[in-house]
Write a protein that binds this ligand. Structure first.
Ligand code: GLU
Length: 500
């Protein structure tokens, strides 16, 4: 297949004129929604991580704020790095995070297909149009020659770059090489004198790309485009109006603008997002899966907590504030408020973010019902093989536990940890353990039972505290604190008060 495409591309007769290429149309295809169209273009090389989530999120909230469309486009032009299942995993995680795309490989849409490897014909036609207009040329340099150039440059401490040799081939030389069946790629002619552009985040910018790099390959021998061609062609045909992407692409934007100019297309507006770094300024580590969304989901973090933490450390809002909901993120976001300094992410604060969002979920009637089900499942999972009193699985009981503990727990699963086991299974405590606290254990037991029988109705916390204090007066040798310690041990199996 690759060979067939290669043969076809290099041996092609006269290239199709621009009228048949993508340069012909005045704009993107018909049927695209009005309003801003933005896209998240991950390469399917693994799981979605926090950096990717942040880029997707800024695109999502920008689209929703301006009644626009959020698109997921899978950028798989580097086939060697594609991980099977990664593209589907990324879309699933966007759904989990509550920021689903409006158009995507899974959902389809009017500008599809949304996977670059399914759009090769479009890139082929775009490359042919640039060849025909003279903005691109065929390059027959062998990998050996390119390697020699690279080594020479390194030896003289220069940055390796292509020397643009094939720019100067005559049409006859090109025809000869084609008829000999030589392999070729297509390169874009980088022109000097780029126009500055106004980045939504970084302001006025330009990079004289022709002065620092050789003409880039835009179509490879196997018919696959490189990133630069594919992203320009797709952004155009998908009607993208705003490109919000990582700052690592800022220096390539002048090159992309030269491509737009060569096609005669109007470019989108660009906004580059500063880097997301560890709180100490180091690169976010992907080791041990510690920044992948799958891991946070598995550990029981709420998606809202992740959205909140990645926007809190960055910018785009008037002030820092914990606990924003997605709706608040959308209404308060201003792209012009994104600052250019790196965003430092303090993952140690994530449990605190989760605590705030979990409290909000518990306080919300509908969300609480979901938590009740989830907690019942966790109790069965963790304590299912022990003697669980069926009453503790009742909705009403589980709901009371949630309401009493809200604000004290950062993860739902804290409630099934050993510190809270007494909520679900009876503690086993030996008489000896009790007697070391007080010799009056039997008397105290009777007094407490008597008190509970008298107070069969609902008892408030204050009433109970008062009764316990007066009850203690009836004991001879046991101090109030020891009596409370005794009760704690009987009821929870724990010696000390645990603070969550
Ligand atoms: N595929 C690129 C990446 O994963 C996307 C760049 C862009 O958004 O233009 O970084």
């Amino acid at each position: 297949m690759a060979r067939a495409l290669r043969g076809l591309r290099c041996a092609a007769g006269p290239a199709p004129g621009p009228e048949r290429g993508p340069g012909s149309g005045p704009g993107p295809g018909p049927g695209l929604e009005r309003g801003p169209r933005v896209r998240f273009g991950p390469s399917p090389t693994g799981f979605l991580h926090l950096g990717g989530l942040r880029t997707a999120l800024y695109n999502y909230i920008f689209a929703k704020k301006h009644q626009g469309t959020f698109i997921l486009r899978v950028e798989d032009t580097d086939q060697n790095r594609v991980v099977p299942g990664a593209a589907e995993g990324i879309e699933d995680m966007l759904d989990w995070a509550g920021i689903p795309p409006d158009e995507s490989p899974g959902r389809g849409g009017p500008a599809g297909p949304y996977v670059q490897s399914q759009r090769l014909e479009l890139y082929g036609r775009a490359g042919a149009a640039l060849l025909a207009s003279g903005a691109a040329y065929r390059c027959f340099c062998t990998p050996q020659r390119l390697e020699l150039l690279r080594r020479d440059a390194l030896r003289s401490q220069q940055t390796p770059r292509y020397d643009n040799r094939c720019r100067h081939l005559t049409p006859t030389e090109v025809s000869q090489k084609l008829s000999q069946g030589l392999d070729c790629v297509i390169r874009f002619r980088l022109e000097k004198g780029v126009q500055p552009f106004q980045d939504l985040v970084y302001g006025w910018n330009k990079h004289e790309v022709a002065e620092v790099e050789g003409d880039p390959v835009i179509l490879k021998g196997d018919g696959f485009p490189t990133y630069h061609l594919a992203n320009v062609v797709d952004d155009h045909y998908m009607g993208i109006t705003h490109v919000l992407r990582g700052t690592e692409w800022l220096a390539s934007t002048s090159k992309h603008l030269l491509l737009y100019k060569a096609f005669g297309w109007e470019p989108p507006q660009f906004g580059h997002l500063p880097l997301l770094l560890n709180k100490d300024g180091g690169k976010l580590s992907k080791r041990q899966g510690d920044i992948f969304l799958e891991r946070f989901a598995r550990d029981g973090f709420l998606p809202e907590a992740l959205l909140d933490i990645v926007t809190n450390c960055g910018s785009g809002f008037t002030e820092k504030q914990m606990g924003r909901t997605l709706e608040e993120l959308i209404s308060q976001f201003e792209v012009g408020r994104i600052t250019t300094h790196s965003a430092l992410l303090d993952l140690e604060a994530l449990p605190e973010f989760n605590r705030i969002h979990l409290t909000r979920h518990i306080e919300n009637q509908a969300l609480r019902q979901k938590l009740i089900k989830e907690l019942q499942g966790l109790v069965e999972l963790v304590y299912g093989d022990q003697q669980v009193d069926p009453d503790v699985l009742e909705n009403e009981y589980v709901e009371r536990v949630l309401l009493l503990r809200k604000g004290h727990i950062s993860l739902l699963k804290n409630l099934v940890s050993s510190d809270y086991s007494y909520l679900w299974v009876r503690p086993s405590v030996s008489r000896q353990q009790l007697q070391t606290i007080s010799a009056e254990v039997d008397e105290i037991g009777k007094l407490v039972l008597g008190l509970l029988t008298r107070q069969a109705g609902a008892l408030t916390m204050e009433e109970l505290n008062k009764d316990l204090r007066s009850l203690q007066k009836q004991t001879r040798e046991t101090k109030y604190s020891s009596m409370m310690q005794l009760l704690r041990l009987v009821l929870s199996g724990r010696q000390v008060k645990k603070q969550f």
